[in-house]
Design a protein around this ligand. Sequence first.
Ligand SMILES: Cc1ncc(COP(=O)(O)O)c(C=O)c1O
Length: 383
Amino acid sequence: MEPNFQALRKEFPVLERKTYLNSGSYCALANDVKAAFEAYIEERSLLGANWELWVTKNESVRALTATLLHAAPDEIAVTASVSAGLNALASALHFSGPRDKVVISDFEFPTNAQIWHAQEPRGARIVHVPRAADGYIPLENFAKAIDEQTQLVAITHVCYRNGAKLDIPGIVRLARAKGAKVLLDCYQSVGSMDIDVKALDVDFAAGGMLKYLLGTAGIGFLYVRDSFIQSLVPTSTGWFAQADIGAMDITANRPAPNARRFEAGTPAVVNCYAAEAGLKFLLAVGAPAIEKRNYALTRRCMQRLEEIGWPSITPAQNERRGATVAVPSRDSGRLSAQLLKRDVVTSPRDGNVRASFHFYNDQDDVESFIAAMKGLRDSFGPR
Ligand SMILES: Cc1ncc(COP(=O)(O)O)c(C=O)c1O
């Protein structure tokens, strides 16, 4: 049975005041997540510290993330950010041999580019796969870049600038044929669509909790395929990455046998509370139903933009798009500010205004966005 999306809107108070189309930046706050923050504050004020409970919160986030990604809890590191997970992973890779190449794409968020460029002094060669004339990156461009020297193909699932979704199964096939591993940066997709890391056959996946996962900033995850964990020893590490955290052994580095070896220091406890509540909420709604709804909302939004003569640059086919509709503007910063004055929350990126949809949005939100855009078309739209 389809979730009652209209009833669920009541769980997000901001929706009473705003047309909130900014989940690709930061999600709307659910009442459950707010209550989780408050529960943490309450415990802090009444008990001071409650480490026995707090460590279970971190484990709960790990288990819920595993369920969401169709992975095992032992394959999930709970990290402070995507950056933290990627730095730990990069520190465990070696670039001095024949496989020195890391292939990334033109669609990357800075995190998944700068961290690989930071490995250049360690011998890594970073190759960028360019987009084609239509703005998309077709498989043949990846085929030209992925070869026997490629150690890792590190790619975004959905581009944060234009909402385009890459052909991950196709890219994984190309990588497999050349013996390369694949890292998926799924920050712009996880929670907005159903992601099965096993079905996608990626080796690593990273994301965070503040966008479509309904949580907060300051907490993320790194999925590592179980068969690789033992052979990867991060040099970017910490005491919570040790096999026995309680051992407090200062004579050696003994990494955990599971993906926890990619973690570092003391977990961000308050963020675990929020992330746990967000993940539970999202899993109860269900990723497949959310994916279906987001495709319907983005499709409708793109149709309406066509009708008002201000088409988006986001690919029209479902296989090539995520939950964001990107609209080009003469001045995306000022356009986004003007939309905000009309209580429509979007975010400007790279010459586009992004309208990011989540299950708590509805057709009325599409219409409010369109009405506001129509009024601003002459000042900010296509000439
Ligand atoms: C695709 C993508 N990757 C990574 C990040 C950010 O990563 P971090 O958790 O390191 O800030 C974002 C944030 O907007 C993103 O959209």
